[in-house]
Design a protein around this ligand. Structure first.
Ligand code: MOS
Length: 760
């Protein structure tokens, strides 16, 4: 153990648990169903998104994309485009400003870019779709038209575009999100060979693309050496630091605003378009707006990469699994670092006497892949939870009973205690509510005319994360209202609402008296809206700021206050003021304290504590997904008819927004299970279905009644007992569908998506 690790262990031992947070158990605002505070602005069209910010002398940009996957630009002829009506600039690598490569997310602490490739700096082509020119014009239509007049020829080189043919070149990444790529416990292959029951299968999942309703867009403005970017992003602060590095200006000179995001699932980060728009704006000294076309989103922003996974399980008549093997390959590029952590669920879910975990990546010439809702927990659980179902059948036991049998007492690979884990209870409640006992384990045993009916179940799981580096400011006014500020993100999931609720509870104010301000780098630094980490990360920062505020208020109250002589630890923030914790009659209101001090406002700012809880405990969210579906024997089409998600995700702040998050995740999971598939032409590396007409996502008729329930058990080791819930909903869905399809038809589909051709 290194000195740093030893010091860290000491810090961890000394760290008080969040269990001491008096807000755990308080329920004045927390737990009420509150409609989204930003909802009316959105439905009345008053919310202004990144592509809607009006600016004087605004210009519009369109990208020209490469049509080869690897090689060099031989010639690029822009004369015709430059002569087209309204064209202000055609920018290529020849006239683009010199810019260093952007800082890469997960690699550089200040990085927001998915890829470390330089942006439009030379003639080299790295993927089919890479921007080769930016056309800027007076109107969007003029730019779009002129972009068709840019003529490019290429020197084509052999590209790496076939996953299957490049397995011999697979490499082991240095780490998987900071975790080891391999874990070996015991001798899993040998144990598998000796097991009384075993399964050993391969599962495949395809590329998938992000399909947020709002297209990626930015409106950028230079004023001298100061850059303002109206962006749609999950990471305003990292976007600022990366743009500052690319344009070699101080961070303070970059202002990023993102008050509204029309859906973000992991790839509303920094791609080449914001950099290109800012570079072009600099050249023409006018503001530039760039809105990617839907095809542009497919071509220059990455999504989920493809995988081939092996899951092999061994078991005897009772006790834990004797062997748990989860290995496989994911496609990646040499210039990004997103190896798809599909083995993460297998590391924490089940008790096994031996483990073999091994992940490799295959470098391809494609747009950098990136995070996509529960990046690999979604597809990792497809493989693992399908395999558990296959093992249960081989053993002739109920799949829920099998999971109960192999429920571990502590984390099976890290050895850490679980902070909070009620997965057996989630299954019990789910099974009862869903009517799991009506399932017949024999495939093809339920039918309704041509429709075969099946039931399936699978475990949902997603890690608990909390990001360091955030800070919050609380401004408390003499009018008894509070403004809470942190540069975090509202992408439609309810952040603004749940954080107003938390701050209200924390400060002892009605929720109507609290405004949460976010989405602007002028505010105290926020953390990314990713990894389902925001809720806990913001709560930790606001809690720290509230502690500072309470201490400052006691000082301000002074000796004439009923609070005189109390220490910060003795007071609570309640009913619009401070009171003695054990004697609430002894109190003074905020308004009174500020009035007596002759102050309009008091402001307190503090950084969140370090997220040390994740080093002390194995922290995850859990759930049980129950699916009922029918498969038409004549056409092979699958129709999901009923869904229940039973979750165990810590304490729920707002049941209404939480239910929407769970449902949204499940719906995205139905897309993963049945439709979504970004098709690459392996000869050219070109995406062949870059539109929502050909890349299918679930629409209303594809979505059944979705019932969601949760345990609502506070995690004693997370801020206020919460876990993030943005991603867990999608996990387990692919397997629950595949398991139900098997139950309906007797066909085991191990290759997503489960389209009708695979069932005929
Ligand atoms: Mo999520 S894939 O971290 O937005």
């Amino acid at each position: 153990m290194s000195i740093i690790q030893k010091a860290m262990q000491t810090v961890i031992r000394l760290m008080p648990d969040a269990a001491s947070d008096p807000m755990i158990g308080a329920d004045r605002e927390i737990g009420k169903s509150l409609s989204r505070i930003d909802g009316p602005l959105k439905v009345t069209g008053q919310a202004r998104f990144a592509a809607e910010v009006p600016l004087e002398r605004l210009t519009y940009a369109t990208l020209v994309h490469s049509t080869i996957a690897r090689g060099r630009i031989a010639t690029i002829d822009v004369a015709e485009a430059e002569a087209a009506p309204g064209v202000v600039l055609v920018m290529t690598y020849k006239n683009a400003p010199r810019m260093p490569p952007p800082l890469q997310m997960m690699v550089d602490a200040k990085g927001a870019a998915a890829s470390s490739l330089p942006v439009m700096q030379d003639a080299t082509i790295h993927w089919n779709g890479e921007p080769v020119a930016v056309v800027v014009a007076e109107t969007q239509e003029q730019a779009d038209y002129a972009a068709t007049l840019v003529h490019v020829t290429y020197d084509v080189e052999q590209a790496a575009t076939s996953f299957d043919h490049l397995k011999h070149k697979a490499r082991t990444p240095a780490s998987i999100l900071g975790e080891p790529a391999n874990i070996t416990v015991g001798k899993a292959e040998a144990a598998l060979g000796k097991a009384k029951f075993s399964i050993d299968q391969r599962y495949r999942t395809p590329h998938q693309n992000h399909a947020a309703i709002e297209l990626h867009a930015a409106t950028v403005l230079w004023e001298g050496n100061k850059l303002t970017v109206h962006d749609t992003t999950q990471m305003v602060n990292l976007t600022r630091s990366t743009l500052a590095a690319v344009f070699r200006i101080p961070e303070d000179n970059v202002h990023v605003l993102s008050p509204f995001v029309g859906g973000g699932f992991g790839n509303k980060g920094l791609w080449s378009h914001q950099i290109l728009a800012a570079a072009a704006a600099r050249l023409i000294d006018r503001p530039v707006r760039i809105v990617l076309s839907r095809a542009g989103v497919f071509r220059i922003t990455g999504g989920r990469t493809l995988t081939e996974q092996r899951v092999a399980l061994g078991a005897d008549d009772d006790g834990p699994l004797t062997a748990l093997i989860h290995t496989g390959f994911a496609g990646m590029t040499e210039h990004n670092d997103c190896p798809e952590q599909f083995t993460f669920p297998a590391r924490h879910l089940y008790a096994a006497k031996s483990f073999l975990i091994d992940q490799k990546v295959i470098d391809l010439d494609m747009v950098a892949n990136t995070f996509m809702r529960a990046p690999s927990e979604s597809i990792g659980t497809f493989a693992l939870e399908s395999a558990i179902d296959e093992l249960a059948e081989a053993m002739n036991v109920d799949p829920i009973a099998l999971r109960r049998r192999i429920e571990p007492e502590k984390d099976p690979t890290s050895g850490l205690a679980f902070s909070s884990r009620n997965i057996v209870e989630a299954y019990r409640r789910g099974a009862e509510r869903f009517g799991w006992d009506r399932r017949n384990a024999v495939p093809r045993s339920q039918r309704d005319g041509d429709w075969l009916i099946g039931y399936g179940v699978a475990t949902a799981t997603y890690p608990y994360y909390r990001m360091p580096g955030g800070a919050a400011r609380i401004r408390l006014g003499v009018d008894g209202r509070a403004i809470v500020q942190m540069a975090s993100h509202e992408m439609g999931m309810g952040t603004a609402t749940t954080q107003a609720m938390h701050a209200a509870e924390r400060l002892g104010l009605p929720v109507g008296n609290v405004t949460f301000e976010y989405g602007d780098t002028d505010l105290p630094p926020g953390t990314i809206a990713g990894g389902s980490s925001q809720t806990a990360s913001i709560i930790a920062a606001v809690t720290a700021a509230a502690d500072v505020l309470a201490a400052d208020l006691i000082k301000l109250a002074g000796n004439d206050s009923p609070l005189a002589g109390l220490k910060p630890a003795d007071v609570a923030m309640r009913d619009g003021g401070l009171c003695e914790r054990d004697n609430p009659q002894k109190s003074e209101s905020y308004v009174s304290i500020l009035q007596r001090a002759g102050r309009d406002e008091i402001s307190a700012e503090a950084a969140a504590s370090m997220p040390l809880e994740t080093q002390k405990y194995s922290m995850h969210s859990y759930g049980a997904q129950f699916c009922e579906l029918r498969v038409n024997e004549v056409t092979g089409e699958t129709r999901v008819t009923r869904w229940l998600g039973s979750f165990d995700t810590g304490r729920i702040v707002n049941p209404k927004t939480a239910a929407s998050q769970f449902r949204g995740g499940i719906i995205m999971g139905l897309g993963l299970a049945l439709m979504e598939d970004t098709v690459f032409d392996e000869r050219t590396g070109r995406i062949m279905n870059p539109s929502l007409a050909e890349y299918h996502v679930p629409v209303h008729l594809d979505v059944p009644d979705i019932d969601v329930i949760w345990t609502d058990v506070s995690d004693p080791h997370s801020p206020m007992g919460v876990h993030g819930i943005g991603e867990i909903g999608i996990t387990g869905v692919g397997a629950a569908v595949a398991n139900a399809v098997y139950n309906a038809t007797g066909k085991r589909i191990r290759d997503l998506p489960i389209t009708l051709d695979k069932l005929m």
